[in-house]
Ligand binder design. Structure first.
Ligand code: G3P
Ligand code: CA
Length: 298
């Protein structure tokens, strides 16, 4: 009976997240196989196959049946939101420096693809040479209303006003507000303040609270209640989660999205434990795992 209520809670929330008219993949739990289906989030795009946070990586994520494209946001010196994980350009381009000290024009001159060929010669492609760091607008221009996005406000304390800019752009692209398909855009952050700012501007946007834990993760009833005041789910490193953690959080009505899950064995384990979805650099692998579980469903 308890398992039934858990299934109902997750299903209702996934429907809530996706919007009644959406064809969003529903999470589904069976007593024999654990959770069969799950939300497949392409982490920085299909970043196991192509340079992270490039249009190619996002394209591949969609082609590999990712449900959502995950985007990390940083902000340039002249106030443009760009898709980049790090506060610096050091790791993924040929230059060094802080994003906050560089203009968009300077950012656009950088090669955000070649590092991948150097780091992963077995996955090298000439297509990746000279790829640019995309702005959020460029991502939305390319993928717009046909894709779904998990957008993270990175280092919001470094970039005052980034939430307002984000919401203005999402409104401009008609992805939130009166005519949007609810749940197509989820905003996530490690910063409670940043998420609260988003809701001060637009309370209808679903939020996911990212949490940092020293494994194993433990969450109190009070923490769950506080998060439920503003968020629809939590995200945490997959090595920190346990069946008990997932049960407690999902029983409360919150969704759980572990990151970053790249091995099929771990994907299956987390699905057995009842996660709502997961971030992966390999959306193709997660899709294969899900399809395999669906095919075994009695
Ligand atoms: O957003 C979920 C996950 O991506 C958080 O970690 O460092 O990859 O942004 P990070
Ligand atoms: Ca992220």
């Amino acid at each position: 009976m308890l398992r039934y209520f858990r299934w109902m809670a997750i299903t209702s929330l996934v429907i809530y997240l996706s919007g009644a008219s959406s064809d969003f993949a529903l999470a589904e739990i069976s007593s024999d196989y654990g959770q069969i289906n799950a939300i497949n989030i392409s982490h920085r795009g299909a970043s196991g196959h192509a340079p992270e946070h490039t249009l190619q990586a996002y394209e591949l994520g969609n082609a590999m049946n990712g449900d959502y494209i995950e985007i990390d946001l940083q902000m340039t010196k002249d106030g443009e939101l760009i898709a980049l994980h790090d506060e610096t350009i050091d790791r993924t381009t040929e230059r060094k420096g802080l994003v906050k000290n560089l203009t968009l024009k300077e950012i656009k001159k950088l090669d955000a693809g070649s590092w991948f060929n150097d780091a992963f010669p077995e996955k090298m492609s000439t297509e990746y040479l000279g790829l640019q760091i995309p702005t959020l607008r460029e991502v939305l221009d390319r993928f717009g209303p046909d894709s779904k996005f998990f957008i993270e406000t990175k280092s919001p304390e470094v970039y005052p006003g980034m939430e307002e800019k984000l919401i203005n752009i999402l409104n401009e692209y008609n992805l939130i507000g009166a005519h949007h398909t609810f749940g197509n855009v989820v905003v996530q952050s490690f910063s409670v303040e940043s998420l609260r700012k988003v809701h001060e501007i637009d309370k209808s946007i679903p939020l996911v609270q990212l949490l940092s834990y020293y494994a194993p993760a433990v969450i109190t009833d009070t923490e769950v209640s506080k998060i439920k005041e503003y968020a629809v789910g939590v995200g945490l490193h997959y090595t920190a989660v346990s069946p008990g953690y997932i049960k407690k959080v999902t029983d409360s009505g919150l969704m759980v999205f572990p990151y970053t899950v790249n091995e099929k064995e771990d994907m299956n384990m987390l699905l057995d434990w009842g996660v709502t979805g997961m971030f992966t650099n390999y959306p193709d692998r997660l899709n294969e795992v899900i399809q395999s579980r669906i095919s075994k469903k009695p």
